[in-house]
Design a protein around this ligand. Structure first.
Ligand SMILES: [Zn+2]
Length: 69
């Protein structure tokens, strides 16, 4: 779904004026592609990660890890 592009395009994300490096294909006919840059890719991943991975304080301190300390 996300592909690296070889042509020149501007990043489509809000408040970004960088040159796009990636392209996300959508089903829409009017603007079938969303272009975004490396920076925005990281931002997107971070945003998605926040929603997908529930905030848990337990994970880094699992009983197995603590027993080794
Ligand atoms: Zn961008």
């Amino acid at each position: 779904m996300i592909k690296e592009i070889s042509y020149k395009a501007n990043c489509d994300l809000v408040n970004c004026k960088n040159e796009a490096k990636y392209c996300l294909f959508t089903k829409k006919h009017f603007s079938p592609k969303i272009h975004f840059c490396e920076e925005c890719k990281q931002k997107l991943y971070n945003e998605l990660g926040k929603n997908i991975i529930p905030k848990s304080l337990d994970a880094p301190y699992s009983p197995k890890r603590l027993s080794k300390i």
